[in-house]
Design a protein around this ligand. Structure first.
Ligand code: AMP
Length: 187
């Protein structure tokens, strides 16, 4: 199974992605996690990305594309993967398609769209800010990230709908309930 998780920040992609890893026995590739690790480790890539991330904007395509290409090339990703947070715009989606071809891998099978209303997203992210203190979970940055999602990432649904790959799942509810919906929708 090769799948992309698509949804606003705070829609549950990370959490549901972890559960899908266990269920399907495939790795999760999260560009956000990789970038946060690079920032924490103080690598050059992390230094380049930090200010952009803290502002709630998207980091340059070439940075995230490099991360994904490196990870997809590893042996454990050959049997499938869950992409969390990539692609984030149509240009990245096109690059992903050609990257999989170049790596000799089949195309993405399914795009799981976790649907959660903006007001619920803001509520969840403010709560996460209190609990985890992520640098980009401040209210003004949260609003910016939702704007960026609606402007750049949401249109990706049309890109994948044209390929008949989108399954939309109600992302509001208990963790297990949402997970069951996803697995059922994937068939
Ligand atoms: P996330 O944890 O997926 O919400 O990502 C946190 C931040 O990392 C985002 O707000 C962006 O600044 C950056 N980021 C993660 N994935 C991407 C991507 N595919 N393209 C551009 N920026 C990204």
């Amino acid at each position: 199974m090769r799948m992309v998780l698509l949804g606003a920040p705070g829609s549950g992609k990370g959490t549901q992605g972890e559960k899908l890893v266990g269920h399907y026995g495939i790795p999760k590739i999260s560009t956000g996690d990789a970038l946060r690790a690079a920032v924490a480790a103080g690598t050059e890539l992390g230094r380049k990305a930090k200010a952009t991330m803290d502002a709630g904007q998207l980091v340059a395509d070439d940075i995230v594309i490099g991360i994904v290409e490196e990870r997809l090339g590893q042996p454990d990703a050959r049997k499938g993967f869950v992409l969390d947070g990539f692609p984030r715009n149509t240009a990245q989606a096109q690059v992903l398609d050609t990257m999989l071809q170049r790596l000799g891998q089949p195309a993405v099978d399914k795009v799981v769209h976790l649907a959660v209303a903006d007001e619920e997203i803001i509520k969840r992210l403010l709560e996460r800010a209190r609990k985890e203190g992520r640098a980009d979970d401040k209210e003004d940055v949260i609003r910016r990230r939702i704007e960026v999602y609606n402007a750049e990432t949401h249109p990706l649904l049309d890109y994948y709908r044209a390929q008949n790959k989108v399954v939309t799942v109600d992302g509001v509810g208990e963790l297990e309930t949402v997970f069951d919906r996803i697995v059922k929708a994937l068939g």
